[in-house]
Design a protein around this ligand. Structure first.
Ligand SMILES: [Cu+2]
Length: 131
């Protein structure tokens, strides 16, 4: 009996610590020749301020830090609410780009990350469900 309780306690502890270690929202997408890794500091992303990190690598795996990165995000029109559209820039910090995104309400949002480099723009499109 004691043994069973010990096993149950160990299992509960492992589950609790697994929740505590829940990872950032993370996603990798391709845009042209680039591999783009997107992280959001909240998982799931929440209403209000969320910090987004965008890491861009070329086909050879080299980090790209000389692009201009802009983010368009918003929500299409829904009953009782017109379409919402916001823009923000992302600035280089170390090997990646950082942006602050303010989701003003819960629900489905689109996020378009525009990467301009050498006169060409590639866009990464994602949909996030804001809690
Ligand atoms: Cu809405």
């Amino acid at each position: 009996m004691k043994r069973i309780i010990a096993i149950l306690a160990a299992a509960a502890f492992l589950m609790a610590s697994g929740l505590a270690l829940a990872k950032d929202y993370e996603l990798t997408k391709k845009a042209g020749n680039y591999n783009v890794q997107i992280n959001i500091d909240k998982n799931p992303p929440v209403t209000g301020i969320n910090k987004m990190t965008v890491a861009i690598k070329d086909a050879a795996g080299k980090e790209i830090t000389d692009a201009a990165v802009a983010i368009d995000y918003g929500m299409p029109a829904m009953p009782g609410m017109g379409a919402m559209n916001y823009k923000t820039g992302a600035s280089v910090k170390g090997d990646s780009y950082q942006a602050t995104i303010n989701f003003s309400m819960s629900g489905p949002w689109f996020v378009n990350i525009k990467i301009t480099r050498g006169g060409k723009t590639q866009t990464v499109k994602l949909n996030v469900d804001i809690k």
